[in-house]
Design a protein around this ligand. Structure first.
Ligand SMILES: Cc1cc2nc3c(=O)[nH]c(=O)nc-3n(C[C@H](O)[C@H](O)[C@H](O)COP(=O)(O)OP(=O)(O)OC[C@H]3O[C@@H](n4cnc5c(N)ncnc54)[C@H](O)[C@@H]3O)c2cc1C
Length: 369
């Protein structure tokens, strides 16, 4: 007899691990299958923001889902800490987006006003030159202002991944690393997942394989059109406290390192780094904080985001094969609270809630003439 489980999650990155942990903590018998370090893995190369202020501009359900996740994050961090002893270094002091020109100030003001009108006031406000200097010492003369959102925060993404996987195993989840899945066969109401010479049979399945999802999803009647978008990140030596608030481009970790990032490059599946892009993001960081010119860069890397056409997540249950679900996004840290504590229970119930209706892949199926 093959092994059987209530649920299999394909992909042990941040999305899959959060869903698997969230389902296992409710008592489900869950298998988490992951290809491993040879695969592209956004989860091991990201910036660690729990970022709310700009998420969902133009798609209110995405803004609401993100806000819900940020609100669930303290519970997630507390439960992971008490269960695994891992402090994922969650800090939610609010976040800043620095504007380096009047044009950037105007663009940010327009975005704040759009989001306010579409989804309500969450306290995001524009700080002028004087306000932002009073709040953050050491800013360069080019900084014209900033947007501040009290819901923003950050965490240690690698500790988050470790804690989710350790917690999953504590809940008796079955973690199968080194499992590159290529065949999934619907069998009546179940799914058979081929694993080398054997297979496992599951009642429900979640495709959460990051960039690997695009080829797996059609096997169970789903569509997950995702593409890679490279981001490069630099990390400095540990410095004295310099910045109490995370920003989309610069954040100081609890250990004191400054992370510098926020590049978006369309370079296919190239995970490398380039001097020109590093120079560009370093120049912006220096214009914001001239003192960073004295800091040593100790590491840098490139990693691939898992991006949909409109940047919003895909969550969907297969119409052809009920019990098969798609889950992908490009904000796996931010959305970890929602994935673990809201999406996982819905998947176990066999039905996604109405608030996720806007996230099906149907929005990409534009009819052609
Ligand atoms: C530079 C950069 C900065 C980022 N910054 C932030 C940030 O500040 N805040 C934020 O919220 N998000 C950020 N992200 C995004 C975040 O890292 C991703 O949203 C998240 O990692 C996506 O999780 P995932 O599980 O979908 O994909 P991944 O983390 O890529 O994991 C996919 C997993 O699927 C497995 N897999 C693939 N194919 C198969 C297969 N056929 N069979 C079995 N397993 C398979 C792989 O082994 C991998 O472990 C950033 C990403 C990048 C690249």
């Amino acid at each position: 007899m093959p092994d059987s489980h209530d649920l299999a999650v394909i992909g042990g990155g941040l999305v899959g691990s959060a869903i698997a942990w969230g389902a296992a903590r409710l008592g489900a018998d869950v298998a988490l299958l992951d290809e491993g370090d040879v695969a592209f893995r956004a989860a091991r190369g990201n910036f660690g923001l729990v970022w709310v202020q700009s998420k969902g501009d133009g798609l209110p359900p995405y803004a609401n889902w993100t806000r819900r996740s940020a609100a669930l994050w303290p519970d997630l961090a507390a439960e992971l800490s008490s269960m695994t002893g891992t402090d994922v270094a969650l800090r939610q002091p609010g976040g800043l987006h620095f504007c380096l020109s009047e044009q950037e100030v105007e663009q940010r003001a327009a975005m704040i006003s759009r989001m306010h009108n579409a989804t309500g006031d969450i306290g995001t406000r524009l700080l002028d030159r004087g306000d932002v200097r009073a709040m953050v010492p050491g800013l360069g003369p080019q900084v014209q202002g900033a947007a501040y959102c009290p819901k923003d925060g950050h965490a240690n993404p690698l500790l988050l991944l470790r804690a989710l996987q350790a917690g999953f195993r504590r809940h008796r989840g079955r973690y199968l690393p080194g499992a590159r899945i290529e065949r999934i066969t619907p069998r009546g109401a179940d799914f058979a997942i081929e694993l080398g010479t054997t297979h496992i049979v599951v009642r429900r399945i979640v495709i959460a394989a990051g960039l690997g999802s695009a080829t797996l999803a059609p096997l169970v009647g789903l569509s997950m059109p995702v593409r890679p978008v490279r981001g490069q990140i630099m990390v400095t030596e540990r410095l004295r406290p310099l910045l109490d608030w995370p920003t989309a481009q610069i954040r100081q970790t609890v250990e004191g390192s400054i992370m510098i990032g926020d590049s978006h490059e369309d370079v296919g599946f190239d995970e490398g780094t380039s001097a020109t892009e590093m120079q560009r993001i370093a120049a912006r960081a220096l214009a914001t904080f001239p003192a960073l010119g004295q800091a040593q860069i100790v590491r840098h890397w490139g990693a691939l985001r898992v991006m949909t056409q409109d940047g919003a997540p895909i969550y969907e249950q297969s119409g052809q094969y009920p019990g098969a679900f798609a889950a992908t996004c490009h904000s796996g840290v931010t959305l970890a609270g929602s994935h673990a504590l809201a999406l996982a229970p819905a998947i176990l119930d066999g039905m996604l809630p109405d608030e996720l209706r806007a996230f099906t892949s149907e929005r990409f199926h534009v009819p052609t003439v």
